[in-house]
Design a binder for this molecule. Sequence first.
Ligand SMILES: [Zn+2]
Length: 411
Amino acid sequence: MSTVLERFLRYVQIDTQSDPSSSSFPSTAKQLKLSSLLVEELKAIGLGDACLDENGYVYATIPATSSKPNVPVLCFCSHVDTSPDVSGKDVKPLVHRQWDGSDIVLPDDGSQVLRKSELHDLDKQIGNDIVTASGTTLLGADNKAGVAEIMTAAAFLVAHPEIPHGTVKILFTPDEEVGRGTEKVDLERLGAQFAYTVDGEAVGTMEDETFSADGAQIIIHGVSTHPGYAFRKLENALKIAGDILAALPKAELSPETTQEREGFIHPVSFSGIQEKATIDFILRDFTTDGLLHKQQVLRGIMESVMAQYPGSSAELLVQEQYRNMKEVLDRYPQVVENALEAMKRAGLDPIRRSIRGGTDGSRLSFMGLPCANIFAGEHAFHSKLEWVSVQDMEMAVKVIVNLCEIWENKA
Ligand SMILES: [Zn+2]
């Protein structure tokens, strides 16, 4: 049976980078290469129903070993794609055995150095086996660490039928990194009641909160004239937009000046001509009320700037993007409680965190599958310094197995 490390090394060498500019689904066909391999491996483990659907999702079932009729059906989920930000082609994973804490210089680009003084959590890994890429690519621990952990836990459960658990579903999705990981998931086919994405950072962490998110757009209609004859007539939409951008709060309500549970208003793109200009924003907060407040601040700025341009007009359009999964998870506290319990049984001191972003878990939660996120051990995501330790991956495997058992015990 493959170890979690052997699986991980196998999966990261397959390029599965997703592409935000693609309109096909999945966004890149190369993701299917890993997904097909996973189906083969799941079948080899003994999960005969494993399959890859027409949209690139992998589904499989670990049959129940418990005779209790009411054990909830759990799902463990990870994504196969890697970030479009850094190349994932020809990844050469390196295992730094029993790391002694010294700088890890990546051989294919000496300027890429992992230093424990600079990288979050790395100082806690002395003596462990660290896996990195070689300097020119990302590693892909986000989220192939999660994939390898779920696969290893599945193989373990099948090999140990004496461990009581209910039906466990496995789901591997494409295109999470381009925000489309749940777009074509078939929850009816999946048939799970509760789920965990295995896509978190440090060992022992569990995330049950994400941002709530809206997109906002300000469209400015200026007064356009021939610039040679514009005296006291022209109201240039580009300059109006510039005034709005300049009036945005800087010392607060900005990504660069907020952290932890603070939200923000963030302009992400701008386009226009003198007649018409458009600014796109993202609004973020942990509560829906907080989001509404951001929207009001933005509207106030827009209105005060527009008051100086009587011939022009502007409109603010707001579109819901996603909501904090805590709104759903608060109704099913056992999802979080059991995850914390599973970590304690593995000897960990669990840490609850909130994510300053969105996840597939928040989308799944609102689609009707309450879902928290547990650690996979991946660190320095979307960079050439990405790393994961073998010991953390092994711990994640234990936590997955414990979770299956705990849900059975409590049923
Ligand atoms: Zn991820």
